[in-house]
Every structure is written in structure tokens, then in C-alpha cells.
Design a protein around this ligand. Structure first.
Ligand code: SF4
Length: 525
């Protein structure tokens, strides 16, 4: 098996000689950038002189599968298998991002090769997802089944060999999984099951966004007690240190440490540096927002600290793009970046605030390196926005889109359909707004609303119509205005997406990688 990371050369000095920590980013998640969760933990452990290794099992696992000989059943698949190396190198070249058709062919063909490699495994694998035909990641009994039968997982040949080699090579005391997306859950549990059975003395821990969401459900009763020794909600730094018998300074901040990851192997034309300047959201008012439903506190880093970190990491790591991971980059941080640009292009998610009405502010953002703003507009109907407590006015959104366009900053606009406040008439206002601003919107994300199962606003709705699993974070509901999901989907497919202005925006969206690759199409001048 070919190793893609320089695992043997990594690690920090050992504080106590009692073995090391191994942190794993499991498959499947988009392999476009190094995983921030384990890099952040690594930063903290490193500063406490704890030996720690990182394993991006997602990237390695996907590359491993792409290297296996495939059995093509049709001409497209045959071409996809034949061109894997060429397409991999294409997605890593900036030139490819100057030609959307060439880019699309490379990504779609790589995806085809992966998809077809999973044909006989009962799973449907893509560059961004892992679905099993019989096992649901929303059902704890299914996750435990995945743990009991790790050899049935498509990544088993990769992770059984890789983990065995690592654990034979060094004494590992704790293995931590960073589980953030549902698409990672079944593979995480297969890996946990393998480790539990073959290395019973290693302590197994799991944290990350998905584990946090599960644990913050009211009435959470841990169904994984026999399998996972420790589950952690929220940032795991303090917990991990305490597990090692070390005291953590709760307020201390440590830069994420990416250098032991195979930074040249990601599916991107250069290193994307992910950085989180805050946890939670400074607004925290939108109804039906999962952040609010989970009562995640807002914990920002001081803006000057963020600026210093970014400048330091930009100079030492030489990324081509900074990805700010915040739910909403605060205006204070944007101003700080304008005053002290990181020297590297950047993008992130922001609320549509009146700051963006100011042309000079947008020009300063552009000068700071901002290439793209992701904006959660959700609706083009003021009543819907007000009822959702978005704190956004349609008028401000219009001015912001114009000002950002004039400044040369691309926009990736997120729309949400089927919220309890919406009707067909309101959805058509969103359609009109989008068409009217077609020249100012570069990319669009269209989503159908999901109701957080334990959010404060679910109480006023008739819920519980569909049972998806005991770990589901969302629930079905009867739409109070009759604007049901099936009607929403019909509207999107038959009316919204068919409008020529909208269809032409949607055609610009990079397949599978969407907003993770979109900035590269805006960085060409
Ligand atoms: S801005 Fe986004 S993260 Fe913040 S409360 Fe609204 S939906 Fe939630």
C-alpha cells in the first residue's frame, strides 16, 4: 500500500513516555483541504509536549480506492478508470480552474471511478458522500452493526492495514476520531469496531460536530458505551489534555497545526488553509438554526490574535487560499482583516449586514484578499426573513450584492425553501429577487428546509411525521401553510431551476466540491 502521508516523520516530543495520541479524520468528506478539527487538537497537544500524530484517513482512503484496479462495465467508466492519474493531477493544477468544462470532466470522472469501485459493496461512494443501501447513519443499531462487521466496509482493506501498521510501529495510548458529518459516521464506526476488537487496550474517543449534535439532544442516552470510551461535545482540547493527566488553561488558544498532514495531496490547486476564528454564531437568533437549537455558545478569538495567526500561518505554510470556517465571520474580524490583510486570498460565510452597503468597506475587503463571500440570504421575501429572525432586509441584501460585485468579490448565495413562514407566493418572491440580481450572484446553493428536532420553534408545529432513526437531528412536520416538501421540490425543479438566469448561475457551480472550489474560479486575474 502506498502511503501518502509522512506519518513516520511526524509527532512531537513525548511528555510522559506513556505512549502517543493518534487523531483520525475518517472517510468520507470532501478531500479538498486538510481537516481543521484534528489540526486544532494537534496544536494544543503540541504546546503541552504531548506526542501526537494525525491521520487523514479520508484523503488516504479515497486515494487508496482510486488506485485499485477497476472493472469497467461501460465506456464512461473505462475512461474514468484510465484517466484517474491525469484527472487527479488536473484538479491540483490552477490552469484547470480556468476552464469549467475541463474541471467538470476531471471531477465527474474521478467521482465515477469511485462510485463504480463501490458497486458490489452495498455502499454508494462519492467524493463527498458515503451511503449504505441497508445501514443508516441515523440509527444507532446500524452504526453498531457497522462496528461489528468492519470487514464489510469498503475502506476496510485500507484502514485495517494502515491502522495495524501504525499501532505496531508505536505505542498509541489514545485514538481520537473527529466525526463531523453524517457521511463519515458508518466508516468511523467500522474503524472503531476494528480497533476495539484488535487493539482492546487503546482508549477510543470521539468528538466533532456530529458527536456534539448528538450529545446536545435533550435526553441523550449514550448507545455506544461499550464501543467508545469517551465522547466529547464541543471543542475537545481541554478534555483530551485532562485524559492525559495534564492541566489545560481553558482560555488558552493554540494555532492549528497542519504540518504533519500530506498538504500537497489534497484535491485543490494548492493548499487551502482552514481556520476557525470562532465557535457558535454572534447573531444566534435565526429561528430553526441548529446552532441555536443546540445552544452552542459564541466563543470568538480576539481579532488581533486571528490576524496574527493567519499572517504567521500564511508565511510558514504558503497556502493559496484561506478558508474561514466561522458560521458567520464577524464585522469586527472583517475590519481587522482590512487593516491587516493576511497576504493570501480568503473567503468565508458572512451575515448580510449593512456594512456591505458601504462600497468603501467592500473595496477594503477586496484589498484584504477577500475573493468570495458566502451569504445566507435564505429568502427574497421580507416577511419570511422577519419571521425567521434573520435580521436581514431585502433592501440591504440588494445593496450588498451590488457593492460586492462592484468591488470584484464573488458571492455564493444560500437560499432556503419550505420554512414554516414560507408560501408559494413568498418562494416566487425569492425567485424574482434572484433573477433581478442574476448579474450580482455568482453561485447559488438551494436547500429544502429541515426542522431541528429539539429546536425551540419545533414546539409550535405538528411534528414527528417520519421516523428516520434515533440519532436523527431533524424531524418531519406538517407545514402550517400547506407548503409541503413535495410541493417545494416540484417548485424548485419545475420553476425555479428552469428560469434561464438561475439555470445559468447553477451551471457555474463546481460539481461535488461546490463552495470549496468556487473561489478558484474567481481568483484568475
Ligand atoms: S446567522 Fe447562521 S449560524 Fe447564525 S443564527 Fe443565523 S442561521 Fe444560525
Amino acid at each position: 500500500m502506498t502511503r501518502t502521508s509522512n506519518f513516520n516523520q511526524t509527532g512531537c516530543c513525548t511528555a510522559n513516555g506513556e505512549g502517543t495520541v493518534l487523531l483520525i479524520h475518517p472517510p468520507v468528506a470532501k478531500p479538498s483541504e486538510p481537516p481543521p478539527g484534528i489540526a486544532s487538537l494537534h496544536g494544543s497537544l503540541n504546546r503541552h509536549l504531548v506526542r501526537c500524530d494525525l491521520l487523514d484517513a479520508n484523503l488516504e482512503g479515497l486515494l487508496y480506492l482510486l488506485k485499485q484496479p477497476g472493472k469497467p462495465s461501460d465506456r464512461w467508466t473505462e475512461r474514468a478508470f484510465r484517466n484517474i492519474s491525469r484527472n487527479l493531477s488536473a484538479v491540483r493544477k490552477p490552469l484547470t480552474y480556468r476552464n469549467l468544462d475541463r474541471y467538470k470532466r476531471a471531477v465527474v470522472d474521478l467521482n465515477r471511478a469511485l462510485e463504480m469501485s463501490s458497486q458490489s459493496t452495498g455502499a454508494r461512494l462519492s467524493l463527498a458522500n458515503y451511503q449504505h443501501l441497508k445501514l443508516s447513519p441515523l440509527e444507532s443499531s446500524n452504526l453498531l452493526r457497522a462496528a461489528e462487521n468492519p470487514a464489510e466496509n469498503q475502506f476496510y482493506p485500507y484502514f485495517s492495514e494502515r491502522l495495524t501498521a501504525i499501532l505496531r510501529e508505536r505505542k498509541v495510548r489514545i485514538i481520537g476520531f473527529s466525526l463531523n458529518f453524517l457521511s463519515q459516521a458508518l466508516c468511523t464506526f467500522a474503524m472503531l469496531g476494528f480497533l476495539r476488537r484488535n487493539f482492546p487496550n487503546v482508549t477510543l474517543a470521539a468528538g466533532g460536530g456530529l458527536i456534539t449534535s448528538w450529545m446536545r439532544r435533550p435526553g441523550w442516552a449514550n448507545p455506544f458505551a461499550g464501543l467508545i470510551d469517551h465522547q466529547v461535545a464541543g471543542p475537545g482540547e481541554t478534555f483530551l489534555l485532562s485524559l492525559l493527566g495534564l492541566n489545560a488553561d481553558g482560555d488558552a488558544h493554540f494555532k492549528p497545526k497542519y504540518d504533519s498532514l500530506p498538504v500537497a495531496d489534497y484535491f485543490a490547486p494548492g493548499l487551502i488553509l482552514p481556520y476557525s476564528a470562532s465557535n457558535g454564531c454572534y447573531w444566534n437568533k435565526c429561528s430553526f438554526c441548529p446552532e441555536r437549537a443546540e445552544k452552542n455558545p459564541y466563543i470568538p478569538l480576539p481579532a488581533d490574535r486571528v490576524v496574527a495567526d493567519l499572517r504567521h500561518m500564511a508565511s510558514s505554510m504558503k497556502p493559496v487560499l484561506i478558508h474561514l470556517l466561522d458560521n458567520a465571520v464577524s464585522p469586527a474580524l472583517m475590519k481587522a482583516l482590512c487593516e491587516n490583510p493576511p497576504g493570501i486570498p480568503w473567503y468565508g460565510f458572512a451575515r448580510i449586514t449593512r456594512h456591505f452597503e458601504d462600497q468603501e468597506f467592500c473595496m477594503a475587503l477586496k484589498r484584504s484578499g477577500c475573493v468570495m463571500m458566502k451569504l445566507g440570504l435564505e429568502s427574497g421575501d421580507q416577511e419570511v426573513l422577519d419571521q425567521e429572525r434573520k435580521g436581514v432586509s431585502v433592501e440591504t441584501a440588494s445593496k450588498a450584492l451590488h457593492a460586492l460585485k462592484r468591488a470584484g468579490i464573488a458571492t455564493y448565495v444560500y437560499l432556503l425553501f419550505g420554512t414554516p413562514a414560507e408560501t408559494l407566493k413568498a418562494a416566487r418572491k425569492t425567485l424574482d429577487f434572484t433573477v433581478k440580481h442574476g448579474d450580482q450572484i455568482d453561485f447559488l446553493n438551494l436547500a429544502v428546509f429541515n426542522l431541528p428536532i429539539h429546536g425551540p420553534d419545533a414546539a409550535g408545529l405538528q411534528t414527528g411525521l417520519m421516523y428516520e432513526g434515533d440519532l436523527s437531528l431533524y424531524t418531519g412536520f406538517i407545514h402550517p401553510k400547506g407548503w409541503h416538501r413535495v410541493l417545494v421540490r416540484q417548485f424548485l425543479d419545475r420553476e425555479f431551476k428552469r428560469h434561464p438566469v438561475i439555470a445559468s448561475i447553477l451551471r457555474e457551480d463546481p460539481p461535488l466540491f461546490t463552495s470549496n472550489h468556487a473561489p478558484f474560479f474567481c481568483m484568475q486575474d
